[in-house]
Design a protein around this ligand. Sequence first.
Ligand code: URA
Length: 411
Amino acid sequence: MHIPTLIARKREGEELTSDEIRELIAGYAKDEVPDYQMSAFAMAVFFKGMTPREVAALTRAMMDSGDCFQYPADRPTVVDKHSTGGIGDKVSLILAPLVACAGCWVPMVSGRGLGITGGTLDKLESIPGFNVRVEMDEAVKQLQQMNVVMMGQTERFCPADKRLYSLRDVTGTVPSIPLITASIMSKKLAESLDRLVLDVKYGTGAFMQTQSDAEALAASMTAVGQQMGVEVFTILNPMSEPTGRTVGNALEVIEALECLEGGGPADLRDIVLELSMPISGKSRAELETLLDGGKPRELFDRIVIAQGGDPADLKKLGEIHRAPLIREVLAPTAGIVEAVDAGLVGQASLQLGAGRAKSNDGVDFSVGFDQLIKSGESVTSGTPLCRIHARNQADFEMAEAMILKAIRVAN
Ligand code: URA
């Protein structure tokens, strides 16, 4: 296969065959196709798009570049959820043990935060000792013991996607619906799922800025999942305001634990239940009873033990990751909170150090926001709008200015 010709054909908007796509991706995974050719190909796809048949072929080729989960025949229903990322989105930490307690297997393979959106792996790693590098056979053993594993993408898990996603990140080719579809769905399909729920976000704090783009992405991912025999449910959720009242790694784990203990903010609990219903096959009332009964919280402790952590640390996470400076931001005027701009809060948390600008940057587990006010709540002058957890005074002042811009109070 002559790669420059293939790139040129895509550049001209031609439909490639499944065999051509498979060969290209297999060549890339084996290092026979260099990054410069793959980035040219990604840019051609960015501008010319792909037909549904091409997207399915690309997804399958990326999935086949590594291993897929293999389960025993008598396993229960295998399910997962994928969120296209948001600010303060700690839903996975609650949903995984909840749905596992409902009797499903949940092999949750998550990513790290990139840009302003947080990642489940970074949150989990704020628990001292928590190991997200679990090999597939170990993951299946853990599923047999406790119905759930929470892990990252290993070397043998969709390696072509791992490389291509990093390449797209530095070549301006991330926001392409065919490439996003193939990237996300190849990883979800390699989990050998029966059911998948997709939480497709849109708004200032999301990848997809508009509802119509989010609908197009949801339709594209659903079509690929269905072609490969997975029952896919999509739920569109606005990401105009952060989820819950915390943003930042350890702070979000603390809030997730509150939710697992029957408390936590109403919007967080709502979205957990909404996304858990279709994959678990349980009603909202059944899931609420399960959540409030404490079994998912106990299971979270068992996951922590199985993956190298100590549940005793969960009770003191705020002390373990205590930022040097924790201070409130006060409302300058009285009124009703009209908006909390998720995009700006995400930018502020990134600049505090909670997120990463490049994929190999580290993150600071301790920084971020808690006690965030929600829209619709009323304030008087001097009411706290949130608390900032910062490394120093300069970072606090930067975040304070951004928070005062993000939170709009109407009188
Ligand atoms: N998450 C992924 O895993 N891939 C994308 O392309 C975008 C978000």
